[in-house]
Design a protein. Structure first.
Length: 156
């Protein structure tokens, strides 16, 4: 028995740093990942594909470790970095994008993330697991955004 949770996040924020610096940071997956909390291991699978192994999270009887792989494509001309899920790696499918826009005095960053997390839990646990996992995912992503903003000179 397993439980599937859908996760969708979208953030838009401005940083003081230059767009070229933001692109360089975010297109370098290991460097960008170093700013994301609770990453136990990032494994380079080759061809711009990485497996993310997160630290287990949870409380009480519910502990979950998320493992997934995504293939990354960076397009400097468009100011985008996109990633698509890789089937058969772990217990989640995660895709998303960064869009980087240069405004003369600041850089706008837009992050979108979509995911499906498959948990080895009975459906009856959804009322306990879903809010915990969603909250943890949001908190970690917001910390990541704060870390990225600080690395790029702070929010504008």
């Amino acid at each position: 028995m397993s439980l599937t949770l859908e996760l969708n996040l979208a953030y838009e924020f401005d940083v003081k740093g230059k767009a070229k610096d933001a692109f360089a940071l975010l297109a370098d997956v290991p460097l960008s990942a170093s700013h994301y909390p609770k990453v136990a291991q990032l494994v380079d699978l080759g061809k711009n594909t990485y497996r993310w192994e997160m630290e287990p999270v949870g409380s009480g009887p519910v502990h979950v470790q998320t493992v997934y792989a995504s293939k990354y494509v960076a397009n400097k001309a468009k100011g985008t970095i996109t990633w698509t899920p890789v089937e058969g790696e772990g217990n989640a499918l995660v895709g998303g994008s960064w869009t980087i826009t240069d405004h003369k005095t600041f850089t706008r960053l837009v992050l979108e993330v979509q995911g499906q997390l498959h948990l080895p839990l009975p459906a009856i646990m959804k009322s306990v697991a879903a809010p915990l996992v969603e909250s943890e995912f949001e908190n970690m992503t917001e910390q990541y955004i704060d870390n990225i903003a600080q690395a790029l000179g702070g929010e504008a």
